[in-house]
Design a protein around this ligand. Structure first.
Ligand code: ADP
Ligand code: MG
Length: 362
């Protein structure tokens, strides 16, 4: 569907894309990941000439888009684009937002356009919002309406530029599930995203961008499971962590848990992983000795494949999850809860105790 050959893009003296050669086939779902500033948006915008390339060529359905004779507006009708910020017309109802392109650009009758619009609104779960105005919708609803509006033009490919990054964490899921459903329907898509779980689940191919080009690409199992190159590996394994220092027996338990919940939300942990993290930390905090400053932490790599909770506490060699060290009956029960949900529990002492509980992503 798209053939990109030695694509280059500079802004003044800043060379952002130094030569990308790639193809996108019909039915592929390509996610584009990588650190910010590596030209992911620029690449996507070069595909439909929103950022005209400074070198190389883009061919779409056999037409050379870099050729001056190509009518780019005709081509753009076939390539839908969804941005980070929901570009709905604020003075029009949701229904009108979905009809205007069809009637004005595709020459569809109003009656026909409304029929298509209502069908699309119901596929994105917004049937009852047809008459609402954009500012009456939540961020997630706006983005779903923007996706439906794009689909109303019956594009051959959809380009998404970080479609969930302007959303409240609680609304990310409703947008990613609409995109997942589109993927299942066979739509060809290129998606720039920071949601690694989503990228892993939805893609047929992942492109990791760095150093002004495609640094590594491959199937999601390979890119997220065993990438071949250093920078990809470093990006995938970037560790995120939450730490809380417990300074005394009377530490602020509510603050610790609240901050943890917010951290889980901000990183879009699945419900199962967030629940397990919260339960493990809550139970560990209950039974660990708090006679000396101690710390509890949660960490996981960017791809959220493995979760680690570590409790550090002072004193003599003591494994609080070991039955023979654990005299209190209630503590035994809490230890059993933690061990029951873990894939591994390790303990070491080097003057302080480090108890590490891990589980693979649920
Ligand atoms: P990403 O989407 O990977 O975060 P971008 O494609 O947005 O990266 O940007 C890549 C680089 O190009 C950045 O250094 C950015 O500042 C620069 N850039 C992007 N758009 C423009 C522009 N219109 N004018 C000048 N520089 C730009
Ligand atoms: Mg970007």
């Amino acid at each position: 569907m798209i053939t990109v050959t030695d694509l280059k893009k500079s802004f003044g003296s800043l060379e952002v894309i130094k030569g990308i050669t790639a193809t996108i086939k019909k039915g592929e779902i390509i996610t584009i990941i990588g650190p910010s500033g590596t030209g992911k948006s620029t690449f996507l915008r070069a595909l439909n000439m929103l950022d005209p390339p400074t070198g190389g060529s883009v061919e779409f359905e056999g037409k050379n888009l870099t050729d001056k004779k190509t009518d780019i507006n005709e081509v753009r009708k076939r390539m839908g684009m969804v941005f980070q910020s929901f570009n709905l017309f604020s003075h029009m109802s949701v229904l009108d937002n979905l009809c205007v392109g069809q009637t004005k650009l595709l020459g569809v009758s109003r009656l026909e356009a409304e029929k298509t619009a209502r069908e699309l609104l119901s596929t994105v779960g917004l049937a009852e919002k047809a008459n609402a105005y954009p500012d009456e919708l939540s961020g997630g609803q706006k983005q779903r309406a923007a996706i439906a509006r794009c689909l109303s033009m019956k594009p051959d490919i959809m380009l998404f530029d970080e479609p969930t990054s302007a959303l409240d964490p609680t609304m990310v899921g409703e947008v990613t599930s609409v995109i997942k459903r589109l993927a299942q329907s066979g739509m060809t898509m290129a998606i720039v995203t920071h949601e690694m779980e989503f990228a892993r689940n939805v893609s047929t191919r992942v492109i990791y961008m760095d150093e002004g080009g495609i640094y590594e690409e491959g199937p999601p199992e390979v890119i997220f499971g065993s990438p071949a190159r250093d920078k990809t590996r470093a990006f995938i394994n970037r560790v995120k962590s939450y730490r809380y220092e417990i300074i005394s027996e009377n530490y602020d338990f509510i603050e610790m848990m609240n901050n943890l919940i917010r951290f889980c939300e901000a990183n879009a942990l699945s419900k199962a992983n967030a629940y397990k993290a919260q339960l493990t930390i809550e139970e560990l905090a209950n039974i660990m000795p708090k006679s000396e400053p101690s710390e509890i932490s949660l960490s996981f790599p960017e791809n959220q494949s493995l979760f680690t909770v570590t409790a550090r506490y002072g004193g003599e060699n003591l494994n609080i999850l070991d039955d023979k060290d654990n005299k209190d009956k209630r503590d035994k029960m809490e230890a059993a809860i933690i061990k029951g949900g873990a894939d591994s529990v390790t303990h070491m002492n080097d003057g302080q105790n480090y108890l590490t509980v891990t589980w693979k992503s649920k």
